[in-house]
Design a protein around this ligand. Structure first.
Ligand code: BEZ
Length: 209
């Protein structure tokens, strides 16, 4: 595939786009992709992005042949088939389903964190629904507890789809919920995250300061 033959619609604050960027770094494919920054919200869609993805959601990847892939899971799967190194999404066996399930839980954590962000940042304070917000936050708490108690050793074994997804989720919590102080409740997860945060792929893709 020729240089920069693909275009990634992304936002530097989007954790779902970050997963794609991390995989591009880890698989040495960054030079194949041009970045197109867009800033949609649920109440102000981006017109150019809508042409690529009718849902108006990030990330979207325009391929050299004009086809467009979305969402992050589809894009990650595609890009993982475009390099010659070790697969970051196991192709078969129980590892495939386990790693994808851990990635899915990280995405669910992220869905909850984004919904909280939109509800508290975009919605007028008098219209915010406290119980709904609390339930989103509890999804985050339960997911963190699961990663701490059931998955941290597995995460340490390989920096793949599962680890990239959990790392992007923790990075987004630090970015948008800086007072959460999750590290004190989940020390093993914190130690793992500290280690993976030193990877160039994580450093290069940090959300804006
Ligand atoms: C954010 O500002 O938190 C954000 C921006 C774009 C996509 C997702 C999240």
């Amino acid at each position: 595939m020729s240089a920069t033959s693909m275009t990634l619609y992304y936002n530097s604050a989007s954790p779902f786009a970050r997963k794609v960027l991390v995989l591009l770094h880890e698989t040495e494919q960054t030079s194949r992709v041009s970045l197109k920054a867009v800033s949609p919200t649920p109440v102000s869609p981006d017109n150019e992005l809508i042409q690529e993805n009718p849902a108006g959601k990030l990330p979207a990847l325009r391929l050299a042949d004009g086809n467009v892939l979305h969402d992050s899971r589809v894009i990650l799967d595609y890009l993982d088939h475009q390099h010659v190194g070790n697969a970051l999404i196991p192709r078969e066996g129980s590892a495939r389903w386990r790693r994808l399930t851990l990635a899915s839980l990280a995405d669910a954590l992220l869905d909850a964190a984004l919904l909280i962000r939109y509800e508290t940042f975009l919605r007028p304070a008098e219209k915010q629904w406290r119980e709904w917000l609390d339930n989103q936050q509890e999804k985050i708490t339960r997911s963190l507890l699961y990663f701490e108690q059931e998955a941290v050793t597995e995460l340490s074994s390989n920096f793949d789809i599962a680890s990239i997804s959990v790392a992007a989720a923790l990075g987004y919590l630090d970015f948008r919920q800086p007072d959460l102080n999750w590290r004190s409740s989940y020390p093993r997860l914190a130690a793992w995250y500290y280690e993976v945060s030193q990877r160039p792929s994580m450093i290069e893709t940090q959300p804006p300061a």
